[in-house]
Design a protein around this ligand. Structure first.
Ligand code: AQP
Length: 326
Protein backbone atom coordinates (compact mmCIF):
# COMPACT_ATOMS: atom_id res chain seq x y z
CA UNK A 1 0.00 0.00 0.00
CA UNK A 2 1.24 3.50 -0.85
CA UNK A 3 2.15 5.59 2.18
CA UNK A 4 0.40 8.95 2.62
CA UNK A 5 2.64 11.88 1.75
CA UNK A 6 3.56 14.59 4.24
CA UNK A 7 5.51 17.77 3.71
CA UNK A 8 6.90 20.48 5.95
CA UNK A 9 9.61 23.14 5.84
CA UNK A 10 11.94 25.31 7.84
CA UNK A 11 13.49 28.68 7.03
CA UNK A 12 17.29 28.89 6.73
CA UNK A 13 17.44 32.02 8.88
CA UNK A 14 20.06 31.43 11.57
CA UNK A 15 20.54 28.14 13.36
CA UNK A 16 17.41 26.13 14.14
CA UNK A 17 16.30 26.41 17.76
CA UNK A 18 14.70 24.25 20.43
CA UNK A 19 11.24 25.61 19.44
CA UNK A 20 11.80 24.36 15.87
CA UNK A 21 13.15 21.08 17.24
CA UNK A 22 10.39 20.13 19.68
CA UNK A 23 7.61 21.92 17.76
CA UNK A 24 8.52 20.38 14.41
CA UNK A 25 11.79 18.56 13.62
CA UNK A 26 11.62 15.91 16.34
CA UNK A 27 8.10 15.02 15.26
CA UNK A 28 9.22 14.92 11.60
CA UNK A 29 11.82 12.29 12.44
CA UNK A 30 9.18 10.19 14.18
CA UNK A 31 6.77 10.56 11.23
CA UNK A 32 9.31 9.23 8.73
CA UNK A 33 8.38 5.75 9.94
CA UNK A 34 4.76 6.07 8.81
CA UNK A 35 4.71 8.46 5.84
CA UNK A 36 6.39 9.30 2.56
CA UNK A 37 8.13 12.40 3.90
CA UNK A 38 9.25 15.50 2.02
CA UNK A 39 11.05 18.18 4.05
CA UNK A 40 12.44 21.36 2.59
CA UNK A 41 14.55 24.38 3.40
CA UNK A 42 12.27 27.37 2.76
CA UNK A 43 14.92 29.56 1.13
CA UNK A 44 12.34 31.51 -0.93
CA UNK A 45 10.17 32.22 2.09
CA UNK A 46 13.11 33.54 4.09
CA UNK A 47 13.81 36.15 1.37
CA UNK A 48 10.81 38.10 2.68
CA UNK A 49 13.02 39.55 5.42
CA UNK A 50 16.36 41.37 5.04
CA UNK A 51 19.27 38.97 4.49
CA UNK A 52 22.91 39.00 3.44
CA UNK A 53 23.24 37.35 -0.04
CA UNK A 54 26.91 36.46 0.50
CA UNK A 55 26.02 34.36 3.58
CA UNK A 56 22.72 32.92 2.42
CA UNK A 57 23.92 29.69 0.83
CA UNK A 58 25.92 28.89 3.96
CA UNK A 59 22.72 29.34 5.99
CA UNK A 60 20.92 26.86 3.71
CA UNK A 61 23.71 24.31 4.11
CA UNK A 62 23.79 24.84 7.89
CA UNK A 63 20.05 24.27 8.18
CA UNK A 64 20.29 21.16 6.01
CA UNK A 65 23.14 19.67 8.06
CA UNK A 66 21.21 20.38 11.26
CA UNK A 67 18.17 18.53 9.91
CA UNK A 68 20.27 15.58 8.74
CA UNK A 69 22.03 15.50 12.13
CA UNK A 70 18.63 15.46 13.86
CA UNK A 71 17.80 12.24 11.98
CA UNK A 72 16.27 13.42 8.70
CA UNK A 73 18.73 11.35 6.71
CA UNK A 74 18.30 10.64 2.98
CA UNK A 75 17.46 7.01 3.87
CA UNK A 76 14.46 8.19 5.86
CA UNK A 77 13.06 11.10 3.85
CA UNK A 78 13.45 13.44 0.90
CA UNK A 79 15.24 16.64 1.88
CA UNK A 80 15.52 19.52 -0.59
CA UNK A 81 15.71 23.29 -1.01
CA UNK A 82 12.54 25.04 -2.15
CA UNK A 83 14.30 27.18 -4.79
CA UNK A 84 15.71 24.06 -6.49
CA UNK A 85 12.20 23.06 -7.70
CA UNK A 86 10.68 25.81 -9.89
CA UNK A 87 7.14 24.36 -9.59
CA UNK A 88 6.72 26.05 -6.17
CA UNK A 89 6.68 29.55 -7.66
CA UNK A 90 4.81 28.43 -10.83
CA UNK A 91 1.93 27.10 -8.77
CA UNK A 92 2.05 30.06 -6.36
CA UNK A 93 1.23 32.43 -9.24
CA UNK A 94 -1.86 30.44 -10.15
CA UNK A 95 -2.94 30.43 -6.48
CA UNK A 96 -2.28 34.21 -6.32
CA UNK A 97 -5.02 34.65 -8.86
CA UNK A 98 -7.48 32.63 -6.73
CA UNK A 99 -6.83 34.22 -3.33
CA UNK A 100 -8.83 37.20 -1.99
CA UNK A 101 -6.58 39.94 -0.62
CA UNK A 102 -8.59 40.06 2.61
CA UNK A 103 -7.59 36.45 3.42
CA UNK A 104 -3.91 37.44 3.36
CA UNK A 105 -4.33 40.65 5.33
CA UNK A 106 -5.95 38.69 8.15
CA UNK A 107 -2.92 36.42 8.71
CA UNK A 108 -1.40 36.84 12.18
CA UNK A 109 2.12 36.19 10.91
CA UNK A 110 1.75 38.97 8.32
CA UNK A 111 0.65 41.40 11.03
CA UNK A 112 3.49 40.34 13.38
CA UNK A 113 6.18 40.44 10.70
CA UNK A 114 4.95 43.78 9.35
CA UNK A 115 5.33 45.18 12.86
CA UNK A 116 8.79 43.62 13.25
CA UNK A 117 10.05 44.77 9.82
CA UNK A 118 8.41 48.15 9.33
CA UNK A 119 11.16 49.29 6.99
CA UNK A 120 10.60 46.36 4.63
CA UNK A 121 6.92 45.43 4.31
CA UNK A 122 7.26 43.80 0.91
CA UNK A 123 4.57 42.00 -1.11
CA UNK A 124 6.23 38.65 -0.36
CA UNK A 125 5.48 39.09 3.33
CA UNK A 126 1.80 39.31 2.41
CA UNK A 127 1.72 36.51 -0.18
CA UNK A 128 3.91 34.17 1.93
CA UNK A 129 0.96 31.84 2.76
CA UNK A 130 0.17 31.46 -0.97
CA UNK A 131 3.69 30.17 -1.60
CA UNK A 132 3.22 27.90 1.39
CA UNK A 133 -0.03 26.55 -0.11
CA UNK A 134 1.89 25.90 -3.33
CA UNK A 135 4.71 24.12 -1.41
CA UNK A 136 2.19 21.69 0.03
CA UNK A 137 -0.22 21.18 -2.87
CA UNK A 138 2.52 20.83 -5.51
CA UNK A 139 3.12 17.39 -4.00
CA UNK A 140 -0.54 16.75 -3.10
CA UNK A 141 0.64 16.28 0.47
CA UNK A 142 -2.16 15.12 2.78
CA UNK A 143 -0.61 15.90 6.17
CA UNK A 144 1.49 18.89 7.26
CA UNK A 145 3.25 18.58 10.63
CA UNK A 146 3.81 22.09 12.03
CA UNK A 147 3.98 24.17 15.20
CA UNK A 148 0.84 26.00 16.34
CA UNK A 149 1.95 29.26 14.69
CA UNK A 150 1.43 27.72 11.24
CA UNK A 151 -2.12 26.38 11.66
CA UNK A 152 -3.71 29.53 10.21
CA UNK A 153 -1.59 29.13 7.07
CA UNK A 154 -2.59 25.49 6.64
CA UNK A 155 -6.24 26.56 6.92
CA UNK A 156 -5.58 28.93 4.01
CA UNK A 157 -3.98 26.05 2.09
CA UNK A 158 -7.16 24.02 2.59
CA UNK A 159 -9.27 26.92 1.29
CA UNK A 160 -6.92 27.30 -1.68
CA UNK A 161 -7.28 23.61 -2.59
CA UNK A 162 -11.07 23.97 -2.34
CA UNK A 163 -11.09 27.11 -4.52
CA UNK A 164 -8.94 25.48 -7.19
CA UNK A 165 -11.05 22.32 -7.18
CA UNK A 166 -14.31 24.31 -7.42
CA UNK A 167 -13.06 26.45 -10.27
CA UNK A 168 -11.08 23.93 -12.33
CA UNK A 169 -12.20 20.49 -11.19
CA UNK A 170 -11.13 18.05 -8.47
CA UNK A 171 -7.32 18.14 -8.30
CA UNK A 172 -5.93 18.72 -4.80
CA UNK A 173 -6.54 17.04 -1.43
CA UNK A 174 -7.31 19.32 1.53
CA UNK A 175 -4.29 18.70 3.75
CA UNK A 176 -4.55 18.34 7.52
CA UNK A 177 -2.11 19.86 9.98
CA UNK A 178 -0.57 17.68 12.66
CA UNK A 179 0.77 19.23 15.87
CA UNK A 180 3.56 17.78 17.98
CA UNK A 181 3.09 17.23 21.74
CA UNK A 182 4.79 20.60 22.29
CA UNK A 183 3.43 22.78 19.49
CA UNK A 184 4.17 26.16 21.10
CA UNK A 185 7.40 26.96 22.87
CA UNK A 186 7.89 30.43 24.26
CA UNK A 187 11.21 32.20 24.21
CA UNK A 188 13.57 32.48 27.16
CA UNK A 189 11.70 35.62 28.24
CA UNK A 190 8.57 33.47 28.70
CA UNK A 191 6.60 36.07 26.68
CA UNK A 192 6.78 35.77 22.88
CA UNK A 193 7.13 32.63 20.72
CA UNK A 194 10.67 31.27 20.66
CA UNK A 195 11.93 32.72 17.40
CA UNK A 196 15.22 33.18 15.57
CA UNK A 197 14.48 36.79 14.76
CA UNK A 198 13.56 37.71 18.35
CA UNK A 199 16.86 36.30 19.64
CA UNK A 200 15.09 34.65 22.59
CA UNK A 201 16.11 31.11 21.77
CA UNK A 202 18.33 28.14 22.59
CA UNK A 203 20.00 26.95 19.39
CA UNK A 204 20.12 23.20 18.71
CA UNK A 205 23.85 23.61 18.06
CA UNK A 206 24.60 26.04 20.92
CA UNK A 207 27.58 24.82 23.02
CA UNK A 208 26.56 23.09 26.30
CA UNK A 209 27.79 25.94 28.52
CA UNK A 210 25.72 28.47 26.54
CA UNK A 211 22.66 26.19 26.75
CA UNK A 212 23.04 25.95 30.52
CA UNK A 213 23.51 29.71 30.87
CA UNK A 214 20.39 30.38 28.79
CA UNK A 215 18.36 27.81 30.76
CA UNK A 216 19.63 29.04 34.11
CA UNK A 217 18.44 32.56 33.43
CA UNK A 218 15.23 31.65 31.54
CA UNK A 219 11.86 32.84 32.84
CA UNK A 220 9.81 30.16 34.62
CA UNK A 221 6.30 30.12 36.05
CA UNK A 222 6.02 33.84 36.72
CA UNK A 223 3.65 33.38 39.68
CA UNK A 224 6.40 31.72 41.67
CA UNK A 225 8.24 34.46 43.52
CA UNK A 226 10.41 32.64 46.07
CA UNK A 227 11.78 29.14 46.11
CA UNK A 228 9.36 28.06 48.86
CA UNK A 229 6.28 29.30 46.96
CA UNK A 230 4.56 26.46 45.13
CA UNK A 231 4.89 26.67 41.35
CA UNK A 232 2.41 25.74 38.64
CA UNK A 233 4.02 23.56 35.98
CA UNK A 234 1.09 24.17 33.64
CA UNK A 235 2.06 27.85 33.48
CA UNK A 236 5.75 27.20 33.02
CA UNK A 237 7.40 27.33 29.59
CA UNK A 238 10.33 25.27 30.87
CA UNK A 239 7.99 22.49 31.97
CA UNK A 240 6.57 22.48 28.42
CA UNK A 241 10.13 22.03 27.10
CA UNK A 242 10.67 19.30 29.72
CA UNK A 243 7.77 17.39 28.13
CA UNK A 244 9.78 17.05 24.93
CA UNK A 245 12.99 15.83 26.61
CA UNK A 246 12.07 13.99 29.82
CA UNK A 247 10.43 10.61 30.48
CA UNK A 248 6.74 10.58 31.60
CA UNK A 249 7.48 9.26 35.14
CA UNK A 250 10.08 11.99 35.72
CA UNK A 251 7.59 14.59 34.48
CA UNK A 252 5.01 13.39 37.02
CA UNK A 253 7.63 13.62 39.80
CA UNK A 254 8.72 17.09 38.76
CA UNK A 255 5.14 18.37 38.53
CA UNK A 256 4.37 17.05 42.04
CA UNK A 257 7.61 18.35 43.56
CA UNK A 258 7.19 21.75 41.87
CA UNK A 259 3.60 22.13 43.15
CA UNK A 260 4.64 21.24 46.71
CA UNK A 261 7.80 23.41 46.49
CA UNK A 262 9.96 20.32 47.23
CA UNK A 263 12.21 21.41 44.38
CA UNK A 264 12.99 24.90 43.17
CA UNK A 265 13.30 26.10 39.58
CA UNK A 266 17.06 25.63 39.49
CA UNK A 267 16.81 21.89 40.33
CA UNK A 268 14.13 21.54 37.65
CA UNK A 269 16.35 23.36 35.16
CA UNK A 270 19.32 21.11 35.97
CA UNK A 271 17.27 17.99 35.21
CA UNK A 272 16.04 19.58 31.99
CA UNK A 273 19.60 20.52 31.00
CA UNK A 274 20.84 16.97 31.54
CA UNK A 275 18.04 15.37 29.55
CA UNK A 276 18.30 17.97 26.83
CA UNK A 277 22.04 17.48 26.44
CA UNK A 278 21.63 13.70 26.36
CA UNK A 279 19.50 14.16 23.26
CA UNK A 280 21.35 17.11 21.72
CA UNK A 281 24.96 15.93 22.23
CA UNK A 282 24.83 13.21 19.52
CA UNK A 283 23.02 15.62 17.17
CA UNK A 284 25.73 18.25 17.76
CA UNK A 285 28.45 15.66 17.10
CA UNK A 286 26.86 14.59 13.79
CA UNK A 287 26.35 18.25 12.78
CA UNK A 288 30.01 19.02 13.54
CA UNK A 289 31.06 16.09 11.36
CA UNK A 290 28.82 17.28 8.49
CA UNK A 291 30.25 20.79 8.80
CA UNK A 292 33.43 19.37 7.27
CA UNK A 293 31.45 17.93 4.33
CA UNK A 294 29.38 20.73 2.74
CA UNK A 295 29.49 18.95 -0.64
CA UNK A 296 27.86 15.88 0.88
CA UNK A 297 25.10 18.06 2.33
CA UNK A 298 24.53 19.78 -1.04
CA UNK A 299 24.42 16.38 -2.73
CA UNK A 300 21.60 15.30 -0.39
CA UNK A 301 19.63 18.45 -1.32
CA UNK A 302 20.24 17.92 -5.04
CA UNK A 303 19.11 14.28 -4.95
CA UNK A 304 16.02 15.36 -2.99
CA UNK A 305 15.20 18.09 -5.52
CA UNK A 306 15.59 15.55 -8.35
CA UNK A 307 12.89 13.35 -6.87
CA UNK A 308 10.62 16.33 -6.13
CA UNK A 309 11.04 17.76 -9.61
CA UNK A 310 9.52 14.59 -11.13
CA UNK A 311 6.42 14.85 -8.93
CA UNK A 312 6.19 18.63 -9.50
CA UNK A 313 6.39 18.45 -13.30
CA UNK A 314 3.51 15.96 -13.46
CA UNK A 315 1.30 17.98 -11.11
CA UNK A 316 2.04 21.26 -12.93
CA UNK A 317 1.13 19.62 -16.24
CA UNK A 318 -2.23 18.59 -14.78
CA UNK A 319 -2.74 22.10 -13.28
CA UNK A 320 -1.93 23.89 -16.56
CA UNK A 321 -4.32 21.66 -18.51
CA UNK A 322 -7.13 22.20 -16.01
CA UNK A 323 -6.53 25.97 -15.89
CA UNK A 324 -6.78 26.18 -19.68
CA UNK A 325 -3.11 26.95 -20.32
CA UNK A 326 -2.51 23.77 -22.36
N1 AQP B 1 8.44 28.56 19.22
C1 AQP B 1 8.03 27.52 18.51
N2 AQP B 1 7.35 26.53 19.11
C2 AQP B 1 6.92 25.46 18.38
N3 AQP B 1 7.14 25.31 17.05
C3 AQP B 1 7.82 26.28 16.41
N4 AQP B 1 8.19 26.45 15.13
C4 AQP B 1 8.87 27.61 15.01
N5 AQP B 1 8.94 28.24 16.19
C5 AQP B 1 8.30 27.44 17.10
C6 AQP B 1 7.91 25.49 14.06
O1 AQP B 1 9.15 25.17 13.43
C7 AQP B 1 8.90 24.91 12.05
C8 AQP B 1 9.89 25.66 11.21
O2 AQP B 1 9.85 27.04 11.55
P1 AQP B 1 10.36 28.17 10.57
O3 AQP B 1 11.78 28.43 10.78
O4 AQP B 1 10.00 27.92 9.18
O5 AQP B 1 9.37 29.22 10.96
P2 AQP B 1 9.34 30.36 11.93
O6 AQP B 1 8.10 30.19 12.72
O7 AQP B 1 9.43 31.56 11.08
O8 AQP B 1 10.61 30.22 12.89
P3 AQP B 1 11.20 31.39 13.66
O9 AQP B 1 12.28 30.93 14.50
O10 AQP B 1 10.09 32.13 14.32
O11 AQP B 1 11.86 32.24 12.50
P4 AQP B 1 11.84 33.76 12.27
O12 AQP B 1 12.29 34.38 13.53
O13 AQP B 1 12.81 33.93 11.15
O14 AQP B 1 10.44 34.12 11.91
C9 AQP B 1 7.45 25.31 11.77
O15 AQP B 1 6.68 24.12 11.70
C10 AQP B 1 7.05 26.12 12.96
O16 AQP B 1 5.68 25.95 13.27
Amino acid sequence: MNKKRILSGIQPTGIAHIGNYVGAIKNWVYLTERYDCLFFIADLHAMTIEYEPAEYLQGIINTARTLIACGLTPERCTLFAQSHVPGHTDLAWIFNCLTPLGDLERMTQFKDKSDQHRENINAGLLTYPILQAADILLYKAEVVPVGEDQVQHIELTRRTARRFNNRYGETFPEPKWELSVTPRILGLDGQAKMSKSLNNYIGILDPPEIIWEKLRTAATDTQRVRKKDPGDPDLCNLFTIHKAFSAPDLLLDIARQCKSAEIGCIECKKMLYENMMQELAPIQARAADLEKKPDEVMAVLKTGAGRCEKIAVAVMEEVRKKAGLR
